[in-house]
Design a protein. Structure first.
Length: 255
């Protein structure tokens, strides 16, 4: 499989499970079954989510998780590679551990990295992982509460779970009708000025200055989502009173 524009071989497809909601993976699995490409799932935002009953991150050759401070469970930083392939696991262990070909003499046949979690971070991560189920339930309760509260608002469209998905609702997000709310970025700015942590949806990668001029293929939907989308405050510990303040802000922000 070759990129027609560059002539380079396509070696992997990388679906990204965003905002706690799984990607519809079957189309990607189909591509990976028919072509010599690896399926690598970026599950950094969606640990705990399920696609057709199965945890995300394990459908293809590899998956990756993030334990960054903003994720549903954290080790302070760092992450994890998931794979069922013994050779990939072995190679990853080697590269993350300085690529030592000899454990006693530390002989290197290639350049490796120091990409491991420390034991202290891992201990924190394990304790956090034990709470993953409870954290997901808390996120889902917040999503239900927000969805119920905004159901009556014209011009607010929550991201909903697809039939094949179990979302963690890591970041509960909505699309705002610009005719009722104006530009999403202005709503975010006003909320932040009020001390309420609204966030814009992720800045589209093909718009990032660092990728200016890079190849991007028929990207139309991301720009529209970015223009209309906001993520609402939804920490695991958010209180009903705090949610009510968010909903009241949204009600006031309507024209
Ligand atoms: C989708 C996605 N992929 C990758 C990353 C990178 O993870 P890390 O911050 O652990 O490097 C993040 C977030 O940080 C993410 O949201």
């Amino acid at each position: 499989m070759v990129n027609r524009a560059t002539g380079r071989t396509v070696r992997a497809v990388l679906p990204v499970h965003l905002y706690g909601h799984p990607v519809d993976l079957d189309a990607f699995l189909d591509v990976a079954a028919r072509w010599p490409v690896a399926l690598v799932e970026d599950s950094a935002e969606s640990l705990g989510a399920r696609y057709k009953g199965r945890a995300v991150g394990v459908a293809g050759l590899a998956g990756c998780l993030s334990f960054n401070g903003n994720k549903i469970v954290t080790a302070g930083g760092g992450g994890m590679l998931l794979t069922n392939d013994a050779a990939v696991a072995e190679r990853a262990r080697s590269l993350t551990t300085h690529a030592r070909a000899d454990a006693t003499e530390w002989i290197h046949r290639e350049v490796g990295y120091n990409y491991r979690l420390t034991n202290l971070q891992a201990a924190l991560g394990v304790a956090q992982l034990e709470q993953l189920g409870a954290f997901v339930e808390a996120k889902r309760r917040t999503a239900d509460a927000y969805a119920a509260a905004v159901a009556a608002f014209e011009g607010v469209e929550p991201f909903v779970e697809q039939p094949w998905a179990r979302s963690t609702y890591w970041m509960f997000s909505v699309l705002l009708d610009p005719r009722r709310f104006g530009a999403a970025r202005e709503v975010v700015r006003a909320a932040n000025a009020d001390g309420i942590g609204f966030r814009p949806l992720w800045y589209p990668l093909h718009r990032q200055p660092v990728f200016a001029g890079r190849q991007a293929y028929r990207i139309e939907i991301a720009d529209d989502l970015h223009a209309r989308g906001v993520s609402l405050p939804c920490s695991v510990g958010i209180t009903p009173e705090e949610r009510a303040r968010v909903v009241a802000f949204l009600a006031d922000a309507r024209r």
